[in-house]
Design a binder for this molecule. Structure first.
Ligand code: NAP
Length: 311
């Protein structure tokens, strides 16, 4: 019998195709209204942007799996899911390189002002003037907030640029040679580039606030590839406007895709539309792992990549 799945966020066409080829009946959350149909749904699928709250779970009496196509699952109420005996999976590892690549591209972009230089050439400004000098990235000090899979991959890339690395997180990693700082503020005071790679959610909300930005100082850059919720965006905009930090490069935002107009107008930022894992290769690998988890679940085999709370 075909399994019925509720899709709670837009999914790439190749993933939809794979779901249909695997003979799942896929309902779109925005269109499903019939309570009878809701009771047939046994699994939920969505991206890292998906919101799966208690209210939604209460409407789905027979759901037993939430398969997230993404490593971050801060939109899922995991506690409510566990209460109802629902398992949650995600896609760790397969996107690590892409996210670290983009984080490093953002370090280079904001440090060397690459988008601004591109605009300078396109606008024809080069005819009248030379582009202002920027700052050297090689050898600059890099701080990682959250030395997990992605944090480690960012550190690996920074090593090739001869950047001294330091980090903060919940606990020091005994297998790493880099200095560990207990607080983000202490780390920020010691680095030129502060790169954020922690999960979103209540525990990390506004982790980067006024005090951290002040510690980073007017020669420091903030790079965020984690979640918009980790940075106090109002404080960040103020720090950028008053130039109490040198600049910021952001892939994630509060209320994305709606971006604060003040942030969009600032000259000392580089902004990307949450694309850290958005390559064909990685999105296909993420989709394949999500489908493998679904298949394992329906065949009553062990899940490949349950979230830590469900292990
Ligand atoms: P991970 O391996 O679980 O690493 C997360 C790291 O953050 C761990 O080192 C963890 O510490 C640390 N951490 C967790 N909670 C913390 C807290 N409250 N305070 C300080 N540190 C904390 O995850 P990952 O695969 O590297 O992914 C990290 C995050 O990147 C994801 O959760 C997601 O939000 C984000 N992401 C964004 C994109 C994008 O498109 N921009 C793409 C993929 C992922 P421990 O080592 O002690 O556990």
């Amino acid at each position: 019998m075909a399994q019925e799945i509720l899709q709670v966020s837009p999914l790439p066409p190749f993933m939809m195709k794979a779901l249909h080829e695997a003979e799942y009946i896929v309902h779109d959350h925005t269109h499903i209204k019939d309570p009878g149909a809701l009771s047939k749904v046994t699994a939920i699928v969505g991206t890292g942007a998906a919101k799966v709250d208690k209210k939604l779970l209460m409407m789905l009496p027979n759901v037993k799996l939430i398969a997230i196509c993404g490593v971050g699952y801060d939109g899922v109420d995991v506690a409510a899911a566990k209460e109802k005996g629902i398992l949650v999976t995600h896609t760790p590892g397969v996107l690590t390189d892409d996210v670290a690549d983009l984080a490093f591209a953002l370090v280079l972009s904001i440090g060397r002002r690459i988008p601004q230089a591109d605009k300078f050439v396109r606008n024809g400004d080069w005819v009248d003037d030379a582009f202002n000098l920027t700052h050297k990235v090689s050898g600059a000090r890099l701080g990682v907030v959250g030395m997990g899979r992605i944090g480690r991959a960012i550190a690996k890339r920074a090593t090739a640029f001869d950047m001294p690395i330091a980090y903060t997180g919940r606990a020091a990693k005994t297998d790493l040679p880099y200095p560990f700082y207990k607080t983000v503020g202490d780390l920020a005071a010691q680095v030129d580039y502060l790169v954020v790679a922690v999960p979103g959610g209540d525990d990390t909300k506004n982790l980067i606030g006024a005090q951290v930005l002040q510690a980073l100082g007017n020669t420091g850059y903030l790079i965020n590839v984690a979640r918009g919720s980790v940075v106090d965006q109002a404080m960040l905009v103020q720090a950028l406007k008053e130039k109490t930090i040198a600049g910021a490069a952001l892939d994630v935002f509060w209320d994305e895709p709606i971006i604060d107009p003040e942030l969009r107008r600032l000259p000392n930022v580089v902004l990307t539309p949450h694309i850290a894992s958005a390559t064909v290769e990685t999105r296909q690998a993420m989709a394949a792992l999500t489908l493998d988890n679904l298949q394992a679940f329906f065949e009553r085999r062990a899940l490949l990549t349950p979230v830590p709370e469900c292990q």
